[in-house]
Design a protein around this ligand. Structure first.
Ligand SMILES: [Zn+2]
Length: 447
C-alpha cells in the first residue's frame, strides 16, 4: 500500500472546477488516498460558488429554499449550510464512507417514509425571530424539494421525522394498578399501562444571526467561538460569511405527544408540558442521585392525564447530558461531591470547580420547538427550572401553572440536588432552605 501523502496543510485560496471531484473517491480497489486535493474550505469571493438560494424565516418553502450542507454531488459549490447532517451522528456517516461501506453519492429512497401524522403549518414557521435552531420544513424536504435535488444535483436530507408508537413503562402499569391512570383504550391502551404516543425527532439546524441574537452576541463572535473552540472544525464559519445556516455536530431532541397532535396548538385545549434534558444515568439506568427519571415519569403521567381530560400532553426530550457538560464531567463532579462531604450548600460549587460554570444547557434555543408545534400557552408546566421558565416566557409563551415534582417521588440521595436547585431559584410550592440549612442536606457517602 502506497503511503498516504501527508504534506503541509494545503490552503486553497480558490476552488478549482476539478477540485469538485474530490468526492469521487473510488469505493473499490483503492490503495491510497491523496489528501493534497482535499478542499479545506471555500470562500465567499470565489465566483464558482453558487449556493442554493436560502431565505431563512420565509413562510413559503419554495422561497425559503432547502438546507444543503453536503459536499457530495455538486454540493461543494452549491451548499448553503455549514456543517453536516445528522447532528452528532455525522461522524458515523463519515466512517461509513471512509471505510467504503457507503457510497457517498447514495440516493436515499423515501418511499412511505412520510410523516405519520400532520403537524399543522404555523405562522411561527415564517417568523425569523421565533425559530432559529431547527428547520421548520425539515420533515417535508424530500417531498418539497425533490425537484431541486435532482435539477441542482445536490443532497437534501430531512432533519425532522414524525412517527407513531406504543410506550411500555413499568411505572405506567403501576399507575393503572393504583388507579391514578384510567384505561381509555385511546391514550392508555390497556391495563398494562401501554400508551399511544406520537413522536417527532429533530436534528439541530442553526440560523447563525438568530442564534447570536438569542445570546446577545454578534454573529462574528458566535462564528469565532464555534470555530476556535472546536479547534478549527468548520473553517467556513470564517470563510463563508454569506452562508448563514450551520448544522452543528450536537444532539437533537425528541417530542412525545399524548392525545391528538392537532390539539397541541389549539388555544382552547389545555396543555401539559415537560421539557426534559437527558440524564442517561437516571433516565435509563436508575441512578438515585438525581430526580431526573422520577420527574420524567411524573411528566409523562401528567401529560397522559391532560390528554385524557380533553387536552393534550407533550414531553420534549433534549440530548443535553449532564447539563450539556457531558457524562465524563458529570461523573468527575459526582466523585468530587462524594469525597468532599456531599451537601446541598456545595452542590453547584462542585460543578463550577470542575467545569467552570454550573450549567451549559443554555435554554435560549429550547423554545423553538414549542413555536414549531404551534404552542401559544402552557397550562401546566411540569418543571421547576427557572431557566426553562424564563426562556419560554421571554419567547412570548405564557406559563399558567408550574407543577413541582411531588416530594414522595424524590429519592433520598437526590435531596442534595433538588434542595440546592430550589435555593438557587427553582420553583417550589414548598420550603426554600437557607444557606445554613443547605449545609445539613447531605448525600450518601460511598460505603
Ligand atoms: Zn439526573
Amino acid at each position: 500500500m502506497a503511503p498516504t501523502a501527508l504534506a503541509a496543510p494545503v490552503v486553497l485560496p480558490h476552488v478549482h472546477k476539478e477540485s469538485c471531484k474530490v468526492h469521487e473517491i473510488k469505493l473499490k480497489n483503492e490503495t491510497s488516498v491523496s489528501l493534497e486535493d482535499v478542499v479545506l474550505t471555500t470562500y465567499t469571493n470565489d465566483e464558482t460558488m453558487k449556493p442554493i438560494p436560502m431565505e431563512w424565516g420565509h413562510s413559503d418553502p419554495s422561497v425559503r429554499g432547502p438546507v444543503v450542507c453536503s459536499r457530495y454531488k455538486d454540493g461543494l459549490t452549491k451548499h448553503n449550510a455549514i456543517g453536516a447532517n445528522a447532528g452528532s451522528y455525522c461522524i458515523y456517516h463519515a466512517l461509513a464512507v471512509g471505510s467504503k461501506q457507503l457510497n457517498p453519492n447514495y440516493d436515499a429512497d423515501y418511499t412511505n417514509a412520510e410523516p405519520a401524522f400532520e403537524i399543522k403549518e404555523q405562522p411561527q414557521w415564517g417568523d425569523i425571530k421565533k425559530i432559529v435552531s431547527m428547520d421548520p420544513f425539515g420533515h417535508l424536504v424530500p417531498w418539497l424539494f425533490a425537484d431541486v435535488g435532482k435539477s441542482e444535483n445536490v443532497e437534501i436530507k430531512p432533519t425532522i421525522s414524525i412517527t407513531k408508537a406504543h410506550m411500555q413503562l413499568a411505572e405506567m402499569k403501576e399507575a393503572v394498578d393504583k388507579g391514578r391512570l384510567v384505561v381509555d383504550g385511546e391514550v392508555v391502551i390497556n391495563k398494562n399501562g401501554d400508551l399511544n404516543v406520537s413522536k417527532v425527532a429533530v436534528e439541530p439546524v442553526w440560523y447563525l444571526p438568530g442564534v447570536a441574537e438569542r445570546f446577545g452576541i454578534t454573529e462574528a463572535e458566535l462564528r469565532k467561538a464555534l470555530f476556535e473552540d472546536t479547534n478549527g472544525m468548520y473553517p467556513e464559519l470564517i470563510t463563508r460569511p454569506d452562508i448563514k445556516v450551520f448544522m452543528p455536530p450536537i444532539g437533537g431532541l425528541t417530542v412525545y405527544i399524548f392525545g391528538n397532535p392537532a390539539d397541541v396548538s389549539d388555544p382552547n385545549k389545555k396543555l401539559a408540558l415537560r421539557i426534559h434534558d437527558e440524564c442517561n444515568g437516571s433516565d435509563v439506568f436508575g441512578s438515585d442521585i438525581c430526580t431526573c427519571r422520577p420527574y420524567l415519569i411524573f411528566g409523562i403521567e401528567e401529560a397522559v392525564k391532560q390528554a385524557q381530560n380533553g387536552g393534550s400532553g407533550v414531553v420534549v426530550y433534549f440530548r443535553k447530558e449532564g447539563r450539556a457538560l457531558g457524562e465524563v464531567t458529570k461523573y468527575l463532579v459526582y466523585n468530587a461531591r462524594k469525597r468532599g462531604g456531599d451537601t446541598a450548600a456545595e452542590y453547584f460549587h462542585r460543578t463550577e470547580c470542575i467545569a467552570g460554570v454550573r450549567d451549559m444547557r443554555f435554554q435560549q434555543l429550547m423554545p423553538d420547538v414549542l413555536h414549531w408545534l404551534g404552542i401559544t400557552k402552557i397550562d401546566r408546566m411540569l418543571s421547576m427550572s427557572n431557566m426553562k421558565h424564563d426562556a419560554i416566557v421571554e419567547q412570548g409563551i405564557p406559563i399558567i401553572e408550574r407543577i413541582p415534582i411531588p416530594d414522595e417521588l424524590i429519592p433520598p440521595d437526590s435531596r442534595v440536588e433538588i434542595d440546592a436547585k430550589i435555593n438557587s431559584g427553582y420553583f417550589t410550592t414548598g420550603k426554600v432552605m437557607t444557606e445554613e440549612e443547605l449545609k445539613n442536606v447531605k448525600g450518601r457517602t460511598w460505603a
